[in-house]
Design a protein around this ligand. Sequence first.
Ligand SMILES: *Cc1c(COP(=O)(O)O)cnc(C)c1O
Length: 811
Amino acid sequence: MHLLSRFISLDSRQINDPAQTAFFAIKGIHHDGHQFIEQLYKRGVREFVVEEDSWNSNLIKKAEKWQGVSIYVVENSIQALQQIAKNHRDRFHIPIVGITGSNGKTTIKEWLGQILAVNYSVIKNPKSFNSQIGVPLSVWNIKPEHNIGIFEAGISKPGEMAHLEEILHPEWGILSNIGEAHGQNFKSEKEKLQEKLLLFTNSKKLIFRDKNGLKNQIKDFFKDKNPELELISWNTEDPQNGIYVHRKLEKNLCHLRFKKATQTEVFLELSIPFIDEASIENCCHCAILAHYLGLNQQQIQQQFRLIKSISMRLELKEGLRNNQLIDDSYNNDLDGFKLALPLLQNTHKKKKVIIFSDLLESGLKDEILYATIAQQLSNTTIDQIIGVGEKLYKFQKLFKSIKVFQTTQELISNGILNQLHDSAILIKGARKYSFEKLSNLLEKKTHCTQLEINLNALQHNLRYYKESIGQETKLMGMVKAFAYGTGSVEIAGILQNQGIDYLTVAYTDEGVELRKNGIYTPIMVMNPQVNDFDVLTEYGLEPEIYNFGLLRAIDEYSTSTGKNIKVHIKIDTGMKRLGFDEDQFEDLCYELQQMPQIWVVSILSHLVGSESEKHRDFTEKQINLFQKAGNLIAQAIGYQPLMHIANSAAIQNYPNARFDMVRLGISLYGISYKEEEKKILEPVLKLKTYISQIKNIKEEETIGYGRRGKLEGAGRIATLALGYADGYSRKLGMGIGHFEINGILCPTVGSICMDMCMVDITHLPKVKEGDEAIAFGGKVQIYDLAKQAETIPYELMTGISDRVKRVYVRE
Ligand SMILES: *Cc1c(COP(=O)(O)O)cnc(C)c1O
């Protein structure tokens, strides 16, 4: 079987480019892909791989009438997929790094991808596509431009790894952290380890952490199977064995020094932005491989600086009453538990407290699970143990001393937390227990002007739009301009995790930044420059083409480099900004016809007044003209590109403008001009600062520059750490803008300064220095403030300067 299609899909809902996609029908327990074949044929899919058992007479009869279709009947579609992936991989003579283990595979793969990007063009599995299906799909993406592959392989039962080994054939291996639970399908830990090691049957070098005699086990295992395999082991205890890693923690950094037993000199020295055991271990694997692949210390260090984990990783925070918080609401299994305990033990606070919830653990009976935890805790010097959850409640007798609450709220109401002082407190809870509430309660509020981005609200808004448009319509997330000021990498990462179909940035650099930070979702660049083409193709970014200059330039580039290029054609239907005008449609169609190597992924236009009823006629005209352009182009090029014209406001106001895809921008952040929608959407942003100083003012005194500020009589003012350089407009001075302090609105006094401003708090006698002041996102809504500043929410949001810290919160 030799597939002609560029893409492979096993999910009928996830096909972007039917003419270029081969569909593999798989019969699962809940779901049979063969049911969708006819429908997919109608949508333009022309290659199918089907299973003989499901390829019944009914389907055969239908398919006889289809034209230009290839149908491959196989015994087992997954095996066929694996075979195709193996053949594909064998065409490329590039080094492959294979990663397996119980924990950390995806993290190591993602970090390595970022680190190696300085010297290599990397291909890796998307997300954690590491299964019997995920690995072949990932491998299918290897292209000639890649010169290294990093793939993780995961297994759930014996016999699986051999298939993955055959596909990947990794030259390099990394064995990540090996957990204790062996799951239901393995007899023992040893059996599971050995199954995993099979990934390295033909490898040349294997990197792993030597602990509990692992090195000897591995040596034994490969004695006959792969005697040539070079074992690169590292450890933190014994300088005489393999690579010795010396670690030192300092605030939120960990300093690492790597030395080989055979040498006197340290060969690598790094500071990494992590302090938890799991992340440090993952970093060591990455750093050692990067070193062996020829990156120097400076490169490795610099790449580590770029690694920012969006996920809520373990954090050290200063608590109230001289407590120290170790916030680890992320890893909630037995291994995560074990990894966090030493951190608590090693803090300098005398008293140590742990608060944890029921664990989400598979493979172990509850009774054994909680007995194991009780055992682990009894081996430590922890002074106070607090548990939350039904299971802990049930098994509390297993613990020597524990105080258990059935819910988080019960714990909070009890008041026991308010008595903790001078302690190190480890907080570990599964998501559903909302332990953020505990850390909020215990945390010392840092004084810092910040833009809070509420991720729950963001997800809520996204879900609302997804449901409104239905499954048939795709969603494009507009993350231009630093995602409207909220942080493009973070927001793009969340949208990607939520399965958004496309992302859009304004300029090439913005797209590169996303790619460098692990964003693999397709990205459209709205305003590319002619000399960006190399960068665009290197990073897989898709340009919007809005005039003949660009179109001809990209055609020439594509012909001279032999690269097929995906583009988006912009039509000007009335904005008069970018795009082909109506009188150019004919020439456009003609030229596109001559450029078969240019793949028109989509056709788009932009509405100028979709938020306002008074422009309804004009908007309808725009939509009609757009439809016309789309029809002409599709006819000329012989296939139908995706069509999209709707921005946030149009999604609800003009359902007929949804076409194949909609472009969601400002409303993702909870901003809408429709009253009903305002009620449904949740505000995402909150800009807050704090009071630096409070002053009593006499009747005759004036406040600030030009003596413009004046109170009604004697009174009290607060100076806040927010000024026009932060994006709080000078137009908001003289009582026009208001801050919410302790739930009460306080007007500005005098002019807004560059870095500060003053507000009247005469009516708030209890307010003190250090208290919080909210500029918008509470009682003051972004709409109101924008109006007062004589602008629109878009400008207000994108005008919040870089120095305002972005903080992402989940509730
Ligand atoms: C910014 C932008 C959008 C998004 O607009 P919102 O009003 O924020 O939804 C859509 N399309 C184009 C071309 C844009 O530039």
